[in-house]
Design a protein around this ligand. Structure first.
Ligand code: NAD
Length: 284
């Protein structure tokens, strides 16, 4: 159902690779809500993925850009403003990649060149997007910028590896730039911390199946999927959230506030070989 929440709003959406991508779902939902936007991804992703098909569906264009390359970003903003007929109102940063994860380098055996790439692609690119937009004055007053994060930025999750460090940096950039952009230009910047979701990037995480099951059992509302993430992001791009900024907003069915749930405890007990189960030993 459409509420016309983004009628007249213009944007740029990074990171839609295929129909599983969270950004893909957000683009479809933003289009439904009346937004016009350009799509962008790397040249390689454009060859391998289905971004062009999404562009046809949303009646728009794809502008290639490596988000770690400032010249590409300048070109992206200039072309987007030409196509859209002015400054933008929203930006989605939905980018993540770790060569260490891809090459199965564990956290206590990181390759540091890979680590630099992880940080550059998954976090510093966000600063580059913001700084480029700032210098080109490419965002309207009361604009809204969202980047996607994960709870491993704040708590340790087995297998998330150096992406945890990248997400911590990403969330920090949202706060630091959020202050400046809010103060000077009334633009808000937030991160949305999403449940584990089956996508191309998500599948790289070690033990994703178990992680999905665990967080499903721990979350009172169950895992949040890409479609509901799209609904949430649309509200953040809309005028209904004008004073929300510099926040990391959990979109995770309640997972981040839980310690232990009955469903997780029941499952855990089934797998106990030695332990207390639900009846801890009495004090002697
Ligand atoms: N899938 C999950 O479980 C999950 C959970 C929480 C947060 N997130 C975050 O959501 C975002 C989107 O990931 P996704 O799960 O939809 O996976 P995805 O693989 O569909 O999207 C990742 C995108 O990043 C793009 N990308 C990689 N390097 C780039 C570069 N140098 N320049 C521009 N784009 C580049 C890829 O081409 C791809 O489109 C990421 O930030 C990810 O960390 C994912």
């Amino acid at each position: 159902m459409s509420y016309n929440l983004l009628k007249g709003k213009k944007g740029i959406i990074f990171g839609a690779l295929n129909s599983e991508s969270i950004a893909w779902n957000i683009a479809e939902r933003a289009y439904e809500e009346g937004a016009t936007f350009t799509l962008t991804n790397t040249a390689v992703a454009m060859r391998m993925g289905e971004t062009k098909q999404l562009a046809e569906k949303c009646n728009t264009e794809v502008i290639p850009a490596d988000a770690t390359n400032v010249e590409d970003l300048e070109n992206l903003f200039k072309k987007s403003m030409e196509i859209l007929g002015g400054k933008v109102d929203f930006i989605l940063h939905s980018i993540g990649m770790s060569p260490n994860v891809r090459k199965h380098r564990v956290y206590n055996d990181l390759d540091y060149n890979y680590l630099s790439k992880t940080l550059d692609i998954s976090a510093i690119s966000f600063h580059k997007v913001l700084q480029t937009a700032w210098k080109l004055d490419a965002i309207n007053e009361w604009g809204s910028i969202v980047a996607l994060s994960y709870v491993a930025a704040q708590r340790t999750f087995y297998g998330y590896n150096d992406m945890a460090d990248a997400k911590a940096l990403l969330e920090s950039i949202a706060r630091s730039f959020g202050y400046i952009y809010g103060r000077e230009r009334k633009v808000r910047i937030n991160t949305v911390s999403q449940s584990p979701t089956i996508t191309t990037a998500g599948s790289g995480v070690r033990g994703l199946g178990e992680l999905l099951d665990f967080s499903e059992r721990m979350s009172p509302l169950g895992n949040a999927d890409a479609e509901t993430c799209a609904d949430y992001c649309v509200t953040l791009f809309s005028d209904l959230t004008k004073k929300v900024t510099m926040q990391n907003l959990f979109h995770d069915g309640g997972f981040s506030s839980m310690g232990m749930s009955l469903r997780a405890m029941r499952q855990y007990e089934k797998g106990l070989e030695i332990g207390w189960g639900l009846n801890p030993p009495k004090k002697k």
